[in-house]
Design a protein around this ligand. Sequence first.
Ligand SMILES: Cc1cc2nc3c(=O)[nH]c(=O)nc-3n(C[C@H](O)[C@H](O)[C@H](O)COP(=O)(O)O)c2cc1C
Length: 161
Amino acid sequence: MLKEMADNDFIVSKTDLKGKITYCNKIFMKMAEYKEEELLGEPHNIIRHPDMPKAVFKYLWDTIPTKQEVFAFVVNRTKNDNHYWVFTNVTASVDNNGKIIGYYSVRRKPNPEALKVIIPLYKEMLRVEKSEGVEASFKVLTDILQEKGVGYDELIISLQK
Ligand SMILES: Cc1cc2nc3c(=O)[nH]c(=O)nc-3n(C[C@H](O)[C@H](O)[C@H](O)COP(=O)(O)O)c2cc1C
């Protein structure tokens, strides 16, 4: 079953350097249908949905250690096999010396119009991933960016508006 975020809700989580959950807010638990003790210390892929192309997470993990923020549309799977879409922002958390000590993510309700673009895009990326691998799947995305003459952030942020 598809669950929807409320307009004013924010889903928040923090992870360690490896992506293990160190904090999540109440709305996270409500949407993901897990209790706090089932989430803390677990890898964030506990809510990974099989419809998500691997290339999106590769881009995420290639980018956040450079301290550049990442925006993405993500579908997550709940404990009871429901799913929900989010528009997410992921950033590095740094200490006073600028050293990365973990990562931080805030998600809000995605623009339904954006999902009309993202769902078929991810479907195609997943199809290509299965037959040709993750790099070819990423190329589906970069080809579209090139065709439109925009960067990744520009496309994703403009879709959410
Ligand atoms: C702060 C932060 C938040 C994340 N949030 C999610 C999330 O909501 N859903 C998700 O599937 N992956 C999320 N990830 C990515 C996961 O760490 C993981 O890369 C992804 O689920 C794919 O799983 P895999 O790397 O085992 O293939 C997040 C990572 C970080 C650093």
